[in-house]
Design a protein around this ligand. Structure first.
Ligand code: PEP
Ligand code: MN
Length: 372
């Protein structure tokens, strides 16, 4: 059950049947830069013109944003070229200044979402506003922290709410600046079907060449909108240069996107889908039957090991089994990572079940070989 009471995206943005688009530079640098970006975005079907006014930089001495002085530039550029405006807020003073200048949408950045004290201060400053607020995911993949931030804002009476998936800091090198976790976005959709999910391919990829692919993936999943950074001269941008695109490229990306419908009323489509889903249902039931049968054999082995006073885990058997199952999975056209992940779960649960069987040793029994 959703703990959130929110208004629909269509109700506050008027956007339906296509993605909501938020675009503009990472940072406001000058009035001319904002006016030029907005002018060149004109006609690209951008709903909200974004620019960072206060920049939460990971390291000091990087450009930290122009600050309040840039707010009138943002609002002027947006109005002049027919777009609503959006910026990031991290403190109550930012909220007050942005609302005072008439910014139309606010978002909470990834580095702020991680801190419940900061989020609560923002929630108090946002009490009862009708300005939409979007909450970026925290830097670490912590669903409770993300949801908690939304709940704080929602409890302050803000109904026009959404989230932005901008990827997560994860250990090790990935192709991404911030690795996307689509499964979290999907889980979010399942738990809170009415909360719009915006994808930020710029901060996910960190590289402009990869933006179209990630944006298309978001559309394939039926997510609701995109936030993409655009700058008149990306390579010279004062922040996030590698991931910004020109306004012209942004228009091209939007034109190239294939937007998927949520469903189709076509009778033939619905009938075929029904048949295919029926097959999936049957296969899933067979899968569960097999898993249950497998578990009964696992338990039998556990009892046998217990009777012979043998440990539950034999590493060499586990290595050989995994190797065999991965080879078979690859022969069957399945990705080895997929098979490995499945087998790790199966094995973990088998060991857990066998440990339970071990501890269920009948009272007074003395297994052969044990010296009491
Ligand atoms: C941004 O949108 O410019 C930004 C700083 O994003 P994030 O909070 O996702 O790092
Ligand atoms: Mn940025």
């Amino acid at each position: 059950m959703s703990t959130l009471v929110t208004a629909s995206l269509a109700a506050w943005s008027g956007v339906e049947g296509r993605p909501l688009v938020i675009a503009g530079p990472c940072s406001a640098e000058s009035e001319e830069q904002l006016l030029e970006t907005a002018r060149r975005l004109h006609g690209a079907r951008v709903d909200y013109f974004r620019a960072g006014i206060w920049k939460a930089r990971t390291r000091p001495a990087n450009f930290e944003g122009i600050g309040d002085a840039a707010l009138p530039w943002l609002v002027k550029a947006g109005r002049q070229f027919g777009m609503k405006t959006a910026t990031e807020v991290a403190t109550p003073a930012h909220v007050e200044a942005a609302l005072h200048h008439g910014v139309d949408l606010l978002w909470i950045g990834a580095r702020t979402t991680v801190n419940p004290f900061s989020v609560q201060e923002l929630a108090d400053a946002l009490r009862g506003v009708t300005t939409p607020v979007l909450v970026k995911n925290p830097t670490s993949p912590d669903m409770a922290l993300w949801l908690g931030a939304l709940e704080r804002i929602n409890r302050a009476g803000v109904r026009r709410l959404g989230v932005i998936h901008r990827g997560f800091s994860v250990a090790g090198n990935t192709r991404f600046r911030n690795a996307p976790m689509w499964e979290l976005a999907i889980e979010f959709r399942r738990m809170h079907p009415d909360v719009p999910i915006i994808t930020d391919p710029s901060h996910i990829t960190g590289r402009r060449e990869m933006i179209l692919d990630v944006a298309q993936h978001a559309m394939d999943l039926g997510l609701d909108g995109l936030m993409i950074e655009a700058h008149p001269n990306p390579d010279q941008a004062w922040s996030d240069a590698a991931q910004q695109v020109t306004p012209e490229r942004l228009s091209e990306i939007l034109a190239l996107l294939k937007v998927r419908r949520e469903t189709s009323a076509d009778v033939e489509y619905l009938a075929s889908l029904e048949v295919l889903r029926d097959r999936i249902d049957h296969l899933d039931h067979d899968l569960l039957d097999l898993l249950a049968k497998r578990m009964r054999v696992v338990e039998e082995i556990g009892e046998y090991k217990r009777a012979n006073n043998v440990a539950t885990l034999q590493v060499s058997r586990w290595s050989a089994l995994l190797e065999d199952r991965l080879a078979r999975a690859v022969e069957l056209g399945l990705a080895p990572e997929y098979a490995q992940a499945i087998y790790e779960i199966i094995h973990r649960e088998s060991v857990r079940r066998q440990s339970e069987v071990m501890s269920e040793e009948p009272a007074g029994s003395t297994p052969p070989g044990r010296q009491d």
